[in-house]
Design a protein around this ligand. Structure first.
Ligand SMILES: Nc1nc2c(c(=O)[nH]1)N[C@@H](CN(C=O)c1ccc(C(=O)N[C@@H](CCC(=O)O)C(=O)O)cc1)CN2
Length: 299
């Protein structure tokens, strides 16, 4: 039997835990965390995602700072906004919504965000901290995947994990997070000649390719945990990189699209914003706990 992992439920539990922590800190007179979202242009999906992030910020009792910039903005104009937010002590975290329009250099702009305010965990500095196993803010989607695997009680230490896709947003940090949990990790990508040869031995399969329906029964070990990070808008609604219906009775557990990984991205952004505020309040002793709240863990 295949179990569906309910990402909405896990995400809500995490968001409630963050809201409780924010309220508790406020009662004790601590600073209220604040997230600044930056949206450049008017890409419809990005507009929806940023609106959802801002709503989540307010629901968590945090402060919502937002900047909208025209699609014609230059590198220097976007950089100036990031620099201004970087200096603002009320802003705990900064997020530059991706993708950026035109020829803007996303990597260079993201790297202007100070590591302590890197709510998305996407700067080169945050990637370095992750690779070294030091405290830092982790990329939201892959850390959300780890939370889902924990919620489904999927053992990671000693497991063979395959990550399909090597993007900076998901694939690469995902592999690092799984490694840190003691999994043996293989990363497959567009140049991998025989994809099924990599994925079929995997106990844990994380797919983040951006290729609609790439993964089917021929790629999956019976009983494996299958995590689908893809989101595609089709005539039949949202679909992922995995042909989920075909894996019923084969996968041990699987995330749906929608309602799987997607909601976790926003939940983990709330966790990171809270962590950033704590880090700023006591920069000498960065939190030593993993970037999740105790409330985020399964009961
Ligand atoms: N700066 C960033 N940009 C982008 C990120 C990111 O983490 N940081 N990730 C994606 C988009 N994204 C958040 O920005 C995101 C994607 C999907 C969801 C989500 O909740 N999806 C729902 C379906 C919602 C829908 O109808 O589209 C689901 O899967 O159930 C949240 C956030 C790229 N850009």
């Amino acid at each position: 039997m295949t179990t569906t992992i309910d990402g909405r439920k896990v995400a809500q539990r995490i968001r409630t835990g963050v809201a409780e922590d924010v309220a508790r800190a406020a009662r004790l007179g601590g600073p209220v965390p604040g997230l600044a979202t930056i949206l450049v242009g008017d890409d419809p999906a990005s507009t929806v995602y940023v609106a959802a992030k801002r709503r989540a910020v307010r629901e968590a009792g945090m402060r919502d700072f937002h900047r909208s910039l025209p699609a014609t903005s230059t590198h220097d104009q976007v950089a100036a906004v990031i620099d201004e937010l970087a200096l603002d002590p009320e802003v705990s975290g900064i997020l530059l919504q991706l993708p950026l329009p035109g020829a803007l250099d996303a990597a260079a702009l993201i790297d202007r965000i100070p590591v302590g305010k890197d709510a998305d965990g996407l700067t080169t500095a945050s990637a370095g901290l992750l690779t070294r196993g030091r405290f830092g803010l982790r990329p939201c989607t892959p850390s959300g995947v780890i939370e889902l695997l924990d919620a489904a009680r999927v053992p990671l230490r000693g497991a063979h994990a395959a990550v399909v896709g090597w993007g900076e947003l998901v694939g690469r940090p995902m592999a690092q997070l799984l490694l840190r949990r003691g999994a043996t990790v293989t990363v497959a990508h567009e140049h991998t000649p025989d994809l099924a040869a990599v994925t079929r031995p995997a106990d844990v399969l994380v797919v983040a390719t951006g290729v609609l329906g790439l993964i089917g029964p021929e790629h999956v070990k019976p009983g494996a945990a299958v995590i689908d990070v893809g989101i595609h808008r089709t005539d039949r609604g949202l679909r992922g990189d995995v042909r989920t219906a075909e894996l019923d009775g084969i996968a041990g557990c699987i995330t749906p699209v929608p309602g799987g990984v997607g909601p976790m991205t926003i939940a983990m952004l709330m966790v990171n914003t809270l962590q950033a505020a704590r880090w700023a309040a006591d920069p000498g002793t960065p939190p030593t706990t993993p970037p999740t709240t105790p409330a985020a863990l399964p009961a």
